[in-house]
Design a protein around this ligand. Structure first.
Ligand code: NAD
Length: 316
């Protein structure tokens, strides 16, 4: 039975990844400090093949059993989280990535870095292929996240080239689905929370900026396909179905049967104008492409939200 270590395994993506790996027959060690994750995301997991370790991966961390795969998912990921935790975000990209690469080296494990489409910054090339080097503002409020991920990518390549660690880099584009925190500030959970409560749905700017939303199940399938390949160069994983944020807000209002009106708020600093993955590399090298239609994914996400409405934090 292969063993996978998942940092950030109690977060949104990490917890779905743990579910997927366990269903595939892996033993899973989930390492998380619960900074932005929650035990609620993994409380349904039962059985001896799952181990939770409460630890901050920016500190020295040893694992007392052999591991075959390392998925480094730990990092604040939403703009409000990395605005609140700027130094931690830089540290988890630097020390956290050093530590997890060190674990992979010791165990001769394959290592996967969860990087992000934010390495492209406010892109001047559209859609974004992996060969595009990006347009990032290093000193803006988003710089802590974008540059931490860019550094982590450089570090992964250095461990590959100098230390012979078997590394992979996934550039994740906007992903949505059950277990996103209602107050994490990202578009889909915010729109859903507001629409379900018939409150005004707040769209930044005039809503003409675009995003491409991938359902979490497709994303996780892509991560595992990349981890199981021998590919070292970065691979975009995301859904190329691009839409404006205003269109997304309208979809959510329609799907939830909400009486909410859509209102507009000031655009955050350095908010990217466009986002769309070029997924030719994922198709060619991994045979991967998204399968879940937006309507289906949103319906599943809405069901999760409405069924968890009992919790006061999810309704306010
Ligand atoms: P999340 O905030 O739900 O999950 C991150 C997890 O990492 C949390 O459980 C948190 O407690 C944990 N964590 C943070 N710092 C830690 C530390 N020092 N030690 C141990 N655990 C720590 O975010 P997510 O959306 O699931 O994102 C997961 C990863 O995917 C992140 O690396 C993020 O940058 C990347 N990503 C996500 C998206 C997306 O759309 N969700 C897009 C691009 C990239």
């Amino acid at each position: 039975m292969p063993t996978s270590l998942v940092t950030g395994g109690a977060g949104f993506l990490g917890s779905h990844l743990c579910d997927h790996l366990l269903a595939k027959g892996h033993r899973v060690i989930c390492v998380d400090n619960l900074e932005t994750g929650s035990l609620n995301n993994i409380s349904h997991i039962r059985g001896g093949d799952f181990r939770f370790e409460m630890a901050d991966i920016t500190n020295h961390y040893e694992v007392d059993e052999p591991i075959d795969f390392v998925y480094h998912m730990a990092s604040p990921a939403s703009p409000i989280d990395y605005a609140r935790l700027p130094l931690h975000t830089l540290k988890v990209g630097a020390y956290g990535t050093h530590n997890t690469l060190g674990l992979a080296k010791k165990n001769r494990a394959r290592f996967l870095l969860a990087s992000t489409s934010e390495v492209y910054g406010d892109p001047l090339v559209h859609p974004q292929p992996e060969t595009y080097w990006g347009n990032v503002n290093p000193i803006g409020p988003r710089g802590v996240y974008d540059e931490a991920k860019r550094y982590a990518e450089a570090l992964s390549m250095a461990y590959l080239r100098q230390q012979g660690v078997d590394t992979a880099i996934v550039r994740i584009f906007n992903t949505y689905g059950p277990r996103m925190r209602p107050h994490d500030g990202r578009a889909v959970p915010t729109f859903l929370r507001q629409a379900v409560a018939d409150k005004p749905v707040t769209v930044f700017g005039d809503g003409s900026q675009t995003r491409s939303f991938c359902y979490v199940e497709d994303l996780v399938r892509g991560l595992v396909a990349l981890q199981e390949s021998g590919v070292h160069e970065p691979v975009n994983i995301g859904n190329p179905g691009e839409m404006t944020l205003l269109e997304m807000a309208e979809r959510v209002v329609e799907l939830t049967g909400s009486r909410s009106e859509i209102v507009f708020e000031a655009l955050p600093v350095d908010d990217p104008q466009v986002r769309q993955p070029d997924i030719a590399r994922a198709r060619d090298l991994l045979g991967w492409e998204p399968e879940v239609e937006l309507r289906e994914g949103l319906t599943r996400t809405v069901e999760h939200y409405t069924s968890s409405l009992g919790s006061p934090s999810s309704t306010s």
